[in-house]
Design a binder for this molecule. Structure first.
Ligand SMILES: [Fe+2]
Length: 234
């Protein structure tokens, strides 16, 4: 099945290789440096281990340090420009600020509850690219629920007059987190249910995500505070 067809009509998501790994490597380098509270310049694997010993306020500080960096979404899109063009054409609305997400292992750690992107107000024409900055050897990744199953759950909940209620939050999802390799991304549509599970590992997980849509499609609730116009081949 063609990738576009897979993302729109098939399972609703696809794992694809990054088009320009050199470009993505640059992003990883910058983020790795900015996530360090001092000038030690350790690599991503060492940083993942170091993060395990950092206090919540130290982690908060390095996240604040990232705020001044607003180039991540463009670099990420450039790294995956062929698939973006295939899905949304040459001119897109691109999320101004990429999300840099990290998760720590352990039961007591914060995790992303099951949800689908549409509930945050993006339009049904939005696509999401999610990429880890390293191999995912453990269960620190994200699980994705096939489109048919996702729709079934969303419609069931809709009948109850709820959005993101107990049915979606507390459902027993048996899907395993996708084990991506560094250099791969997962692209999915905004109806796909996804989330994290608590995982055991000796390292933190660091990933990046962006949202985009064609400029020819309506924005719905999100406006240009959230998106910027971007020409894919510029
Ligand atoms: Fe999400």
């Amino acid at each position: 099945m063609d990738i576009k067809d897979q993302i729109i009509n098939g399972p609703g998501y696809a794992i694809v290789p990054i088009d320009d790994l050199k470009c993505f490597e640059k992003l990883r380098k910058v983020i790795t440096q900015k996530l360090q509270s001092n000038k030690s310049k350790i690599d991503i694997e060492k940083l993942r281990i170091k993060m395990m010993t950092m206090s919540k306020s130290e982690i908060n500080n390095v996240m604040v340090g990232l705020l001044s960096f607003n180039q991540a979404s463009e670099i990420m899109l450039k790294s995956c420009r062929n698939i973006v063009k295939k899905l949304s054409g040459e001119e897109v609305f691109l999320q101004r600020r990429a999300n840099i997400i990290f998760n720590l292992p352990g039961k007591e750690q914060r995790r992303q509850w099951p949800h689908y992107e549409l509930m945050s107000g993006v339009s049904p024409f939005t696509y999401i690219i999610w990429a880890p900055f390293h191999d995912l050897d453990d269960d620190g990744g994200v699980f994705y629920i096939d489109q048919t199953k996702s729709f079934k759950t969303i419609k069931k909940e809709h009948k109850q007059g709820l959005v993101n209620g107990p049915l979606i939050l507390k459902n027993n999802y048996n899907e395993k987190p996708a084990k991506l390799k560094y250099g791969e991304v997962i692209i999915f549509n905004p109806f796909i249910l996804h989330g994290n599970i608590n995982f055991t590992s000796s390292m933190a997980r660091i990933a990046c995500s962006i949202r985009f849509q064609s400029i020819k499609k309506p924005l719905m609730q999100k406006n240009t505070d959230y998106y910027k116009y971007y020409k894919v081949n510029q």
